[in-house]
Write a protein that binds this ligand. Structure first.
Ligand code: FPP
Length: 242
């Protein structure tokens, strides 16, 4: 009798990550929260590198939410300088390693010098296609849907779009993520089981993995394990299996 041959399930093409736990990681070491964010940034680098061999073509990471402005002024400005520092330091290697970088979120409230670095990095990597890294800064799912709806309404008002033609395919064309596929897998570190306004529309059929590890401890090995375990599950998109 031969073994049943089952098609190996394909791994996730698009992984999205809520990188949580930097603050607790630092506090546990008696260090300031920003120390944790810096350690978190080093993990970002490692996880981006791990994507290609795992055939994760799209990686989207939540770096700063529309709610994060409520943190202390020193943490907010520390994070903003960390983003500037990361972009300055990493542009060359991201470009050389074939990573195409995009940013999602509302840039209007961001410092002009940061927005310039973001635009320049997008432009510098625009020809790359090996791994698509999307960094969410000043991003909120509801805010994104509201901004998308505003643009859509303007197109209707301008006669470019008919209200009767608006359906499920229309809104995604106005979202910040318009060129990206929907995430297959959303990972959140640090033991919190919440989605916190991340990719609300796009994650309708995503698998979720809530991991206890704090983000600065989330290693390439653990990432591999989580990505690998995705293949064990069957996604049915609401349908009954054949
Ligand atoms: C959540 O941990 C983390 C953030 C709000 C910031 C995420 C930023 C990074 C990982 C740094 C670098 C990113 C890039 C793109 C270079 P938390 O502070 O909420 O942790 P806590 O829940 O333990 O307080």
């Amino acid at each position: 009798m031969s073994m049943a041959t089952e098609e190996p399930q394909k791994g996730p093409r698009h992984v999205a990550i809520i990188m949580d736990g930097n603050g607790r990681w630092a506090q546990a070491k008696g260090r300031p929260r920003l120390f944790g964010h810096h350690a978190g940034a080093r993990r970002v680098k490692e996880i981006v590198r791990a994507c290609k061999p795992l055939e994760v073509k799209y990686l989207t990471i939540f770096a700063f939410s529309t709610e994060n402005w409520k943190r202390t002024q020193s943490e907010v400005s520390g994070l903003m300088s960390l983003f500037r520092q990361y972009i300055r330091k990493e542009t060359r290697s991201l470009k050389a390693e074939g990573v195409r970088v995009r940013f999602i979120g509302d840039r209007v409230q961001l410092d002009k010098s940061l927005v310039k670095l973001m635009n320049d990095l997008e432009e510098a990597t625009a020809e790359n296609d090996l791994v698509h890294l999307t960094i969410a800064i000043n991003y909120g799912g509801r805010d994104e849907v509201a901004r998308a709806t505003k643009r859509l309404a303007k197109d209707v008002a301008a006669g470019k779009l008919s209200a009767d033609d608006v359906d499920e395919e229309t809104l995604p064309k106005y979202l910040d993520t318009r060129v990206l596929p929907d995430p297959d897998l959303v990972i959140r570190t640090s033991g919190e089981a919440r989605i916190s306004n991340f990719l609300l529309w796009q994650s309708a059929y995503a698998e979720y993995e809530f991991i206890n590890t704090l983000w600065p401890d989330f290693s390439e090995d653990e990432f591999k394990k989580v990505v690998g375990s995705f293949g064990q599950r069957k996604r049915r998109f609401g349908a009954v299996p054949a």
